[in-house]
Design a protein around this ligand. Sequence first.
Ligand code: ATP
Ligand code: MG
Length: 146
Amino acid sequence: EVHLQPYFQSIVEKVSPALKEHHLELFLECSAGLYAQIDPIRFEQVILNLLDNARKYSEPFTKISLIVSEESGKTHIKVIDQGRGIPEEDLPRIFERFYRVDKSRARSLGGTGLGLAIVKQLVESHGGTVAVTSSKYAGTTFEIVL
Ligand code: ATP
Ligand code: MG
């Protein structure tokens, strides 16, 4: 069992310098006293992939939130950004390997389109689910339920 507040706090401390360089601020909301059955190393990869996306697909001076809560005995983890959003027609496919919304070879943002496939695989290996809601311009929310 992992004590979630210090666990997520240490992830936030790890990634905040890189986010600051992009003028992005990361806020953590996690009550004390929450625990979950996770593999700390593998699950960190889930959060890092989601935060990496939030960084890549957001404009400077916006915020990213990591919100952890417990509802009816389940752990909910949300990563919320105020970035460019994902067009509705792409949403069903973003968890597929190599799927990227911007297919142009000239795109400036690096990546292979594997990040979310790994997220989905790791979350499911924890017996959890991951879902996305997004609207163009308003931002994107990924929600994991364990
Ligand atoms: P990689 O993660 O392998 O570096 P990637 O970021 O392109 O590459 P994924 O993380 O799998 O790949 O994401 C797939 C696609 O979904 C992205 O290319 C992007 O178009 C879209 N996407 C993912 N997260 C967000 C987000 N937070 N905001 C807007 N678009 C996103
Ligand atoms: Mg990615």
